[in-house]
Design a protein around this ligand. Structure first.
Ligand code: ZN
Ligand code: CU
Length: 489
């Protein structure tokens, strides 16, 4: 077979980190028809566009293992907050909340309303949502899950109790419908008010349709503080009873009394991995972000308001200061600011580092793409891992960092045909400068594109070039390819 001598895009002179954790090597990379056509010495070849990558790293486009981009994909389709970091694929529908299925006449409770965006639509069927993503593609690829809290809102008259057999049946039908349409699994968020009352048994029953198609069970666990071990146990049990892989979302141990407990949770996770399919993701910050809550555990530390529907002027301010100004207690101020989102400083840096460095941990931003003052993870997660944690602190080699954002993530989510740099793979590629890559988004100024990300290519089309968006929207809807069953002996 002769190698084609002309490519659509030729990335020349770069150092390839291929997403498998293998050591880097020098190679040119040729892209044709949206796929990687050649890797090697291609100096004889020509291309419509030649990208000089000398002194740069050439890596697979990053996969954001945990996002809330469900509606942003449709209303902010340039997805600059992701593309600018080198992210080319996002997993949507996390923490029990998904954009579909929902009826247009419904009032959405917190935190489902975090997905509601101006200009956003409602989708009665999961297939309608995926069809909209296909009709109006965004700049990134997406694989989507259906959220159990969303299903509860659809199927239940009141959420302050466990589901009845009839309601479970209705939710099962919606899970099956979502899977048939192309959902890669189901997420839960039993930490959140709409699902606090859902029992383990309810989740297992609602999740029954996942077994046949080997869909994923992905969870924002019931408790990431005092009861974190019990929550892990519940998560593993659900995975075992359904015989499906589980993903522990944004693993953390929060609140001061629990600092250091990642030394217990990680061995516990590792032990479970010996018997069943378990994976986990993490974001590289000591603060989390979610809906504005009024419970003590969440209000213990510093709280920064990210967005507030009744008081948009309070975005970016400390809850303490707002409470003082209003002459009320912190929880009362929080109540008045609802609905909205906030940033909570509840973690210890040592735990964040231990979890990030755990071999099996994927990188997921958990960014919430609403408002003017989001958590900086929305724009900074991936360059922060590459720059701050891998290069500056030496927490792990760059090859490992890239693997945690690409090959590992694709394996765990069953995304076939991309995520590593190999001939034949979809051409999702990022070119970055290992010496200067860093996050610039901060709590004070969170909307900032990263430094050091030069070029981002999605399905063979340049989406980001020299610090600016190209306007390309070449993202695709991805479905899951479950691992092949082992052959009978
Ligand atoms: Zn969550
Ligand atoms: Cu989340």
């Amino acid at each position: 077979m002769t190698r084609p001598l002309h490519y659509d895009i030729l990335i020349r002179g770069g150092t390839v980190i291929d997403g498998t954790k293998a050591p880097r090597f020098y190679a040119d990379l040729g892209i044709t028809g949206g796929h990687i056509a050649a890797i090697g010495h291609l100096e004889e070849c020509s291309a419509d566009e030649v990208i000089d990558a000398s002194g740069r790293i050439v890596a697979p486009g990053f996969i954001d293992a945990h996002t809330h981009d469900d509606m942003a994909l449709l209303v902010q389709p340039d997805m600059s907050f992701k593309i600018s970091q080198g992210v080319t694929t996002v997993i949507a529908g996390n923490c029990g909340i998904s954009a579909a299925p929902l009826r247009s006449d419904m009032e959405l409770p917190m935190p489902l309303n975090l997905l509601d965006a101006p200009g956003g639509k409602r989708f009665r069927h999961f297939a309608d949502y995926l069809a909209a993503l296909r009709e109006t593609p965004s700049a990134v690829n997406v694989a989507a899950m259906v959220g159990h809290s969303t299903l509860r809102v659809m199927a239940m008259e009141s959420l302050d109790r466990e589901a009845t057999a009839g309601e479970i049946g209705a939710m099962q039908a919606l899970v099956q419908e979502a899977l048939d349409a192309g959902a890669i699994g189901m997420s839960t968020g039993t930490f959140y008010p709409p699902s606090v009352k859902a029992t383990t048994e309810e989740i297992i029953e609602v999740g029954r349709p996942l077994t046949a198609s080997q869909g994923l069970y992905v969870t924002h666990m019931r408790d990431e503080a005092d009861q974190v071990m019990e929550s892990l146990d519940e998560t593993f049990r659900i995975g075992r009873e359904l015989g499906i892989p589980v993903v522990v979302s944004h693993h953390k141990v929060q609140n001061t009394p629990n600092f250091g407990r990642s030394a217990l949770t990680l061995p516990f996770i590792q032990e479970a991995m010996r018997h069943q399919c378990v994976s986990l993701d993490c974001y590289p910050y000591t603060a989390g972000s979610t809906m504005i809550r009024t419970d003590r555990g969440m209000l213990d530390g510093r709280v920064l308001i990210a967005s507030s529907t009744p008081h948009p002027e309070c975005a970016g301010r400390d809850l303490d200061d707002i409470a003082k100004e209003w002459g009320v207690a912190k929880d009362e101020a929080a109540r008045r600011l609802q609905p909205g989102s906030a940033i909570y400083f509840l973690m210890d840096e040592n735990d964040v580092q231990r979890i990030l460095a755990f071999d099996e941990t994927m990188i997921g931003s958990d960014g919430i793409p609403v408002g003017e003052s989001p958590h900086p993870r929305l724009w900074g997660t991936f360059p922060r891992v590459l720059g701050h944690y891998s290069r500056d602190l030496g927490l792990f080699p760059l090859e490992t960092a890239v693997w945690k954002m690409t090959g590992l993530t694709a394996r765990n989510f069953g995304l076939a045909g991309r995520s590593t740099l190999k001939v034949g793979q979809a051409a999702d590629v990022v070119v970055f400068d290992a010496a200067s890559v860093r996050d610039t988004a901060s709590y004070a100024a969170p909307i900032q594109a990263a430094a050091g990300i030069d070029t981002v290519i999605v399905n063979g089309v340049v989406a980001w070039r020299a610090g600016a968006h190209s306007g390309a929207r070449s993202g695709q809807v991805l479905t899951r390819t479950p691992p092949q069953p082992k052959e009978a002996p």
